[in-house]
Write a protein of this length. Sequence first.
Length: 313
Amino acid sequence: MVGVVYGILAGALWGLVFVTPRIASAFGPLQLAAGRYLAYGLFSAPLVWRHWGRYRRELGREEWIALCWLSFLGNMLYYVLLAAAVQLGGVAMTSLVIAFLPVAVTIIGSRDEGAVPLRQLAPSLILSLAGVLCIGWDALGDANGHAFVTQAAGLLCAFCALGSWTTFAVGNSRWLARLERVSGHDWSLLIGIMSGAQALVVVPLALIFEPTTQSTEAWWLFMAVCSGVALLSSIVGNGLWNRMSRLLPLTMAGQMILFETLFALLYGFLWDRRWPSIFEGLAIVFVLASVLSCLAAHRLRGDEADTLVHAHD
């Protein structure tokens, strides 16, 4: 029960990243990403500094290069695309697209040894396609002219964000499997430091491509939003998820990912002060069914493996 509570709380904190681009809508995606990950790097620095000597000894050139591209794909690029998707197409559309992450990761990993074959994922893929059609129709069905272009750009950014984070998730998982002397927590903090360093490069780009003359109050709001998301979503949220992962079996931990989507949708509808549309409601049903079907296929695969092991014994 404690593990489930940790999973729910982590999802509630992660869901905040979908609504913050609306709260600080006066600032562009580059500015939001730079602010968030600069804060994340600053928060991570004191935690990393205590073990910096050990990290330098145990991590080679290849590991530092991996940290660089993982930080870019999973943090900087992902959040720029996500913020742009939210500001162009809305919270509901963006969170529903990102909700396909578990299915997307499974499809990419389906060629790995011991992975669930694609034929067992057919129900999940069909449900995913139905969900995508509902999301696309809700975003583009009634739009025309400038609104159509804006919504289409938001939808494209959302799918690009999904691709960016899927690539990060697969690559990060494989790197964690290779690392022997660095814990998952340490690796996460190092990604935070690398993301902070990349944010320093993005700051001048944000000032050039997204010039702004906001009031002092707007800048205070911007700093509060970036610091809050960095602390609550990146540090506390990740910490809760790591605790949950130690208490729950993998099949159950996978289902906890759904709470991020559910909380993101809840925050989005509350912010917009509305109920979901018919197609948004259908998309929610199809997305949840797709992810649960994907997890069920993994559970079935695990049961088959256990049966074979016991038969061999």
